[in-house]
Structures are given as structure tokens and as C-alpha cells.
Ligand binder design. Structure first.
Ligand SMILES: Cc1cc2nc3c(=O)[nH]c(=O)nc-3n(C[C@H](O)[C@H](O)[C@H](O)COP(=O)(O)O)c2cc1C
Length: 246
């Protein structure tokens, strides 16, 4: 029988790799030797690749070329609800129906969509600051906690101060059972892959509207989960991205 979620190897790993404010400085890190940052096969036949493509889709090329993690934002030039809506659609919007599945902009292992999206809104016209949840099915934002601000997101993300200056921050949690009830331990891998797809969609969409963002995976797990009000035996923060005007 498959072990219950909190008895899995995946869960043990999740616990053992969590950051905690009290222990982060003193915790013994595993010592792993570094290695080269890319690989080649010196003996292999080499084929030069052209770089002067004249392809359709040049817009995507320029977005990919320009994307850089952005940690300084021109907050005075805010975003509006229209732009936030576009970013939500680009990252997780429903784009097709297939049988019982509602397919989205980003791929998902088994079309199980284990990732939930929360937003900390700081400076967006037409939206009061606070913590929101994205209801994918209804394409609506649900206001959860008006008191949660960008500085709170920054604090739980290892005090990375630039997050407080962002117009908004996306926070992606996993509902572990969605994937692991089907795939068991292996389903744990898929959660992070799904989150990566979602984040990349968001970063390119942000680029397309004159914004930029920074992916964030450094956070104090328990503090972050509490900030979002999660039942952390079932749902935890995996990944985040701050977004702001260039
Ligand atoms: C999984 C992941 C986690 C990251 N976490 C952080 C973070 O917590 N804080 C931060 O400032 N940057 C973070 N980054 C951004 C990287 O530092 C950045 O992608 C890298 O330096 C390459 O630069 P570029 O994104 O501008 O190409 C993260 C990136 C990834 C992919």
C-alpha cells in the first residue's frame, strides 16, 4: 500500500530541506564538490548552428533574449488590473477542454494541475493591497487577507528586500495529493516541474508588457506557509516570483 502523504520519502525530504530562521546559519550543509557549468564532448563531430534565423515568432525571440531576473522596480509606474489578469492567464489560464480536463497555458503532468497561485498585491491600480488567491475555474481573484503586504512576502523570503518593492508577487503552492495520489513518490518530482513551467510563462508574459520579474525559491518554509494560511500537511509553498515595472 502507498504510504500516507506525510509518511512518504518525499515528505521526509521536504522537511529535511526546509529553511528555518532559527537554524539557517548554523545548520550543517552537505559538502558537495563543484563542477563545470557546461559540458561538451571533445571527440564528437561538431555541427555549427546558424544564428541568423529568419523565422516567424521573432517576438518570442526578443522576449527570450531580453528576459533577465529583475530586482529593481519602477513602482511609481504601476500595473493595472488588466495587466494582472493577463499575467494570471499567461501563467495558469484555461485554454481548452479535453474530456474532463480543463487544459491550461502551462503543461502539467497527467493534467492534474497540483499548483495553486496566490498573489501579494502591493501596487496595482484597481486592486487594494493584500493577499489574494486565484480561482482558475472562475477566472477570479479571491481577496483573502488585506493586511498581508509586500514587506511580509519579503520577510518570509529570507528578508530579500527587493520583494517589498515589487508591484505584486506570485506565490505558488503545491497540493501534494493532486499529483502524489496518482504517481506516488515520483509525483513529487512533477510538482516542481509544473511550477517551473508556470513561472517561465509568467516571466515571458511580464516581459511582453514591459515588466520583469525574479523567481524566488529561498524562503522560510513554515513562516511562508503560515503567511498564506495553509494547512501545511497538505499544501506548501514551492516557488514565487516578484513582478514589477522595468
Ligand atoms: C529555482 C530558482 C530559484 C531562484 N531563487 C532566487 C531567490 O530566492 N532570490 C533571487 O534573488 N533570485 C533567485 N533566482 C534567480 C536567479 O538568481 C537567476 O535566474 C540567475 O542568476 C540567472 O539570471 P537571469 O534570471 O537574469 O538569467 C532563482 C532562480 C531559480 C531558477
Amino acid at each position: 500500500m502507498m504510504p500516507e502523504l506525510n509518511d512518504t520519502l518525499a515528505w521526509e525530504y521536504l522537511e529535511k530541506s526546509s529553511h528555518d530562521r532559527a537554524t539557517i546559519r548554523h545548520r550543517r550543509r552537505v559538502q558537495i564538490a563543484e563542477t563545470a557549468s557546461y559540458k561538451n564532448y571533445p571527440e564528437a563531430v561538431k555541427i555549427e548552428l546558424p544564428l541568423d534565423w529568419s523565422l516567424q515568432g521573432a517576438r518570442l525571440q526578443s522576449l527570450l533574449q531580453q528576459r533577465r531576473s529583475l530586482r529593481r522596480y519602477h513602482a511609481s509606474n504601476g500595473l493595472n488590473l488588466n495587466e494582472v489578469s493577463f499575467l494570471l492567464w499567461a501563467s495558469q489560464g484555461i485554454t481548452a477542454k479535453m474530456g474532463g480536463h480543463l487544459l491550461r497555458t502551462a503543461p502539467s503532468a497527467g493534467a492534474l494541475y497540483p499548483i495553486e497561485t496566490y498573489l501579494v498585491i502591493e501596487k496595482v491600480a484597481d486592486l487594494s493591497p493584500g493577499l489574494y488567491h486565484f480561482d482558475v475555474g472562475r477566472f477570479q481573484l479571491e481577496r483573502l487577507v488585506p493586511e498581508v503586504r509586500g514587506k511580509d512576502a519579503a520577510r518570509v523570503c529570507l528578508n530579500q528586500d527587493f520583494i517589498a518593492e515589487a508591484n505584486l508577487t506570485f506565490l505558488w503552492t503545491a497540493i501534494f495529493r493532486r499529483s502524489m495520489a496518482k504517481y506516488g513518490e515520483r509525483g513529487f518530482r512533477y510538482l516542481f516541474l509544473d511550477a517551473g513551467h508556470i513561472c517561465q510563462n509568467l516571466l515571458l508574459a511580464a516581459e511582453a508588457i514591459g515588466c520583469g520579474g525574479c523567481p524566488i525559491a529561498a524562503f522560510y518554509d513554515q513562516e511562508a506557509n503560515r503567511l498564506l494560511g495553509l494547512d501545511d500537511r497538505n499544501e506548501r509553498l514551492l516557488y514565487a516570483a516578484s513582478i514589477g515595472r522595468k
